[in-house]
Design a protein around this ligand. Structure first.
Ligand code: NAD
Length: 476
């Protein structure tokens, strides 16, 4: 099989060279060596991709449900065949341990095609409201901008939903994880996605900005930082397009007094450190009763110190490096801020873990007695850094959880399920997990407040890409 190539774009059903030659190196996060190159596109490449997507739209929008179901089925089958390659590609380019990259990261991507297929089977594109018929129609050309941290998951949840809806699309994946996108493009090509329906342009912020502003694009689906999400929405505003935003998080994990502390702290630490802490929905603020702070810190220290950090290609590695030098430096600065502002450093700290002198490795770090005003309680660190905070009572826990401009996720642990549900309902976030229930690919994914607008995954993901038309006076 030919090696994946990120120096070409996939436009109108074929691999093409960029309009202007501009390349950036792809750096291995584990070895800090150059492992390839990515082409950085320009507004001219976006123009070409949008033109192809516009030409393809009328035809694809008219395809039957059955045709689109078959397409999704073929994609899922090809994905399954290349599943291991998908895990290896992500592990090498963004540093997730191979076991995690394969099972969870690659699995999440494939899951979205399966779920889209299942949801599309009985999706209601039409309903009667009063004397009118309300029709849901594909919105048009979707511009997709994605990050590097769960690359296949983020691309596939958008692409699967857009295909199910009957939309065409232009994707700009992260310049740090372009090979995952190239692999997905190969799969879509092999599955027979009609030319122009899916287009891929690699590049940095400039390509994302060109997509956001493009008058030929009807809807943007952006996943990434709040900073970039705001910029995208501002650039999209003059053309009045719909903008879906999946942005940052600083999610609280409330441990109620009746919890099995050993179990809940262990699970909370592990989930916070998963993917080297680079998940938007990571439970990064652990809220424990003040009386249990010392015990929670003791458990968290033991869990953090047992994490196997190292080469992501090894089967037994639990935590790989973070994605880039910039990310590593940012995390170091935030750990320093925690120490400087008086949080109790329980374990970890600045510098690389012992024995790892190359690669963007970060020490699994736990701070206790963190207060809500501290930088590490406010900033999204996007690294393996946990802040344990104390609360006085249930109302105080809810207040601290909600005392943040983000509202992506929340977590509640408690033996009394009725109480856990009551607390869950008070958390102002798009997704709240009780007792570490597994992620549900059919449930809506997205956040309140500055964590974004709109929802992805399952039925909600397809709805993002549909327009609503009221047909009145046609009482058929
Ligand atoms: P980022 O915002 O730097 O980049 C995301 C994407 O946007 C990349 O493709 C990038 O090239 C592009 N981009 C950057 N600046 C842009 C601009 N001004 N205009 C248009 N496009 C631009 O984010 P990142 O570092 O790749 O990812 C980490 C961030 O993503 C974190 O804040 C994390 O919380 C967030 N995230 C959110 C979710 C979610 O679903 N809520 C999921 C994953 C990641």
């Amino acid at each position: 099989m030919a090696e994946l190539d990120a120096t070409k774009f996939y436009i109108d059903g074929t691999w093409v060279a960029p309009a202007e030659p501009r390349l950036a190196d792809l750096i291995s996060p584990a070895a800090e060596t150059v492992r390839g190159q990515v082409a950085l596109g320009s507004a001219r490449d976006v123009d070409k991709a949008v033109a192809a997507a516009r030409r393809a739209f009328d035809g694809f929008a008219q395809t039957s449900r059955e045709e689109r179901l078959q397409l999704l089925e073929r994609i899922a089958a090809i994905y399954k065949r290349r599943f291991t390659e998908m895990g290896q590609t992500m592990s090498a380019e963004m540093g997730a341990p191979i076991s995690f990259a394969t099972r969870f990261q690659a699995g999440a991507g494939m899951g979205h095609f399966r779920v889209a297929h299942e949801v599309l089977k009985d999706f209601h594109f039409e309903e009667k409201i009063g004397a009118s018929t309300v029709v849901r129609e594909p919105i048009g050309v979707v511009g997709m901008i994605t990050p590097w941290n769960w690359p296949a998951n983020q691309i596939c949840c958008k692409v699967a939903a857009a295909l199910a809806a009957g939309c065409t699309m232009v994707l700009k994946p992260s310049e740090l994880a372009p090979l995952t996108a190239a692999l997905i493009a190969e799969m879509l090509h092999e599955a027979g996605v009609p030319k122009g329906v899916f287009n891929l342009v690699h590049g940095d912020a400039a390509v994302g900005q060109a997509i956001a502003a493009h008058p030929g694009i009807d809807c943007i689906s952006f996943t990434g930082s709040t900073r970039a999400g705001i910029d995208v929405a501002q650039r999209a505003a003059p053309t009045v397009k719909r903008v879906g935003q999946e942005l940052g998080g600083k999610s609280a994990n409330i441990l109620l007094e009746d919890v099995d502390l050993e179990k809940a702290v262990t699970e909370g630490v592990k989930l916070c450190f998963r993917n080297s802490g680079q998940s938007c929905n990571a439970p990064t603020r652990m809220l424990v009763p003040k009386s249990q702070m010392a015990e929670a810190a003791r458990i968290a220290k033991a869990v953090a110190e047992a994490v196997k950090v190292g080469d992501p290609s090894r089967a037994d590695t639990e935590m790989g490096p973070v994605v880039s030098a910039a990310q590593w430096t940012k995390i170091q600065g935030l750990i320093e801020a925690g120490i400087r502002e008086g949080a109790e450093l329980v374990t970890g700290g600045t510098g690389r873990p012992q024995g790892l002198d190359k690669g963007y490795y970060v020490k699994p770090t736990v701070f206790a007695n963190v207060t809500p005003a501290m930088t590490i309680a406010r900033e999204e660190i996007f690294g393996p850094v946990l802040a344990i905070m104390g609360y006085a009572d249930e109302a105080d826990a809810v207040r601290i959880a909600n005392d943040h401009p983000f509202g992506l996720a929340g977590y509640v642990h408690g033996r009394d399920l009725a109480r856990a549900h009551r607390v869950a309902r008070q958390i102002r976030a798009g997704m709240v997990t009780i007792n570490m229930a597994p992620a549900d690919p059919k449930a809506p994914f997205g956040g309140y407040r500055q964590s974004g607008n709109g929802r992805e995954w399952g039925r909600f993901g397809i709805e993002e890409y549909l327009e609503v038309k009221a047909v009145m006076g046609a009482a058929a």
